[in-house]
Design a protein around this ligand. Sequence first.
Ligand SMILES: C[S@@+](CC[C@H](N)C(=O)[O-])C[C@H]1O[C@@H](n2cnc3c(N)ncnc32)[C@H](O)[C@@H]1O
Length: 261
Amino acid sequence: MESSYTVADFYEQQFNSRSYLEMYYLNHLSQPAIDELMYFVLEKLVKTFSSGPKFRTLLEIGCGPCLHLSLCASEHVEEIVLSDFLSNNRQEIELWLKNDPGAFDWSPYTKAVCELEGNREKWAEREKKLRDSVKQVVKCDVHQSNPLDPVELEPVDCMTTSYCLEVACKDKEAYRSAFSNVTSLLKPGGVLIMIGVLNESFYTVSDQKFPCLSLDQAFLEQTLTEVGYEIEQLEIALNPNKSVDTVSDFDAIFFLVARKK
Ligand SMILES: C[S@@+](CC[C@H](N)C(=O)[O-])C[C@H]1O[C@@H](n2cnc3c(N)ncnc32)[C@H](O)[C@@H]1O
């Protein structure tokens, strides 16, 4: 890559929202091959939101074309703002919000989430709740001091993000700085819920490799402390397919809950 060519340029040109959804989200909750890590993430999200306080506002950073985090949150939050760098990803979200027949079908996730909460029958109601709760879908660039610029958002009570910062940052310095930028959008005392990968150098979307900043647990914990968080929960699930995985090379995923001091 030329030095002026950024990770952001690469995403603009190469990231295909539909291929990403089909590769990482379609049929991942179908029998007999339920994706163990996907299930781990949903279980942790459901448990965290169900056992915590209700939030007035929630912002998701780098949601991509995905709605599973906000689905888990929607019963416990009044207002949700979703954000991502790419317009194609934001359009996928808008299609679903408008109930467009061409939108990706998130109902296997809604059903799984409602089942984990103890009432699978409520899934259609839950989808309506999510559609009503999402107030804005905005552009986000974690490298800007206000990642939502030109939108000025009042700091939120809860922030969620998954598999975003490590793929958006080319080195550890950029990661720290991006972490600090997104943290400015969270209220002091607010809760960060973050999912990410450990020791991943790449992942693939329809044969296109995307680089990833390889994080280890010690660096992750140190960065959280430096940018002003107290870690309340950090759980790690090993990649059960590490030896046969050809689409990415991560060792594990982490689920983290932290409070901004
Ligand atoms: C691996 S995808 C994760 C999507 C989704 N959060 C998930 O859990 O599957 C990485 C996301 O990071 C977004 N991204 C890349 N660079 C970014 C940046 N500078 N600021 C914000 N988001 C960025 C991409 O558009 C993409 O949606």
